[in-house]
Write a protein that binds this ligand. Structure first.
Ligand SMILES: [Zn+2]
Length: 189
């Protein structure tokens, strides 16, 4: 069985209260994320062929469309090379692969990650375990994109290891996931 642990945008600018685009309350899910990542490292060591660890990350340039300065809706964040773009997860030996994007959708044909899309297209993952931020934005794009490319993959999203910006949008996202056969799970680690 092939499994992927997917960490969406677990970056300092989003998850550190001093970050430039802090997602309120997301600091509180870090201990759970840390436990999931520890589990992923251990599982990967036991069976590297079948356990994939993927980190999607924003990696922006000044000219990116989503910034307010360019007519978008977000302040500058996760700038290429800056500390704010780094992972907030403690991963000293660095295990896993980083997939960068310059917009909210990892599957976007221009600003998403071709490498991530290729990974999903060319490998069949029986299960994908998802955590990170933001529930109704980047997590949703990743989850729905995987489901579209690989409908038979079972996707589990840990509701206590994700964080939303808007309560109503989160509820709508959960409804969409459930109607698409995506599992909302609770991480009991
Ligand atoms: Zn961004």
């Amino acid at each position: 069985m092939k499994r992927m642990f997917l960490f969406v945008d677990v970056q300092k600018d989003f998850m550190n209260p001093n970050g430039s685009l802090y997602v309120p309350m997301s600091y509180n899910i870090i201990p759970t994320l840390q436990k999931i990542s520890k589990l992923s490292f251990d599982e990967h060591d036991k069976d590297p062929e079948n356990v994939e660890i993927a980190f999607t990350q924003d990696c922006h340039l000044k000219t990116d469309a989503e910034f307010i300065s360019n007519g978008g809706q977000f302040p500058e964040h996760c700038m290429k090379g800056n500390d704010g773009a780094k992972s907030i997860i403690n991963n000293p030996e660095f295990k896993g692969t980083i997939y960068t994007k310059r917009c909210t959708d990892i599957f976007d044909s221009k600003l998403g990650s071709k490498k991530f899309k290729k990974l999903i297209k060319e490998n069949f993952f029986n299960e994908v375990w998802v955590s990170g931020v933001v529930t109704e934005i980047c997590v949703n794009h990743a989850v729905m994109g995987i489901k579209k490319i690989s409908p038979a993959t079972e996707i589990y999203v840990f509701e206590n290891a994700i964080m939303h910006l808007d309560e109503r949008a989160k509820e709508e996202t959960f409804k969409t996931w459930i109607s698409n056969g995506i599992h909302i799970a609770h991480c009991g680690l």
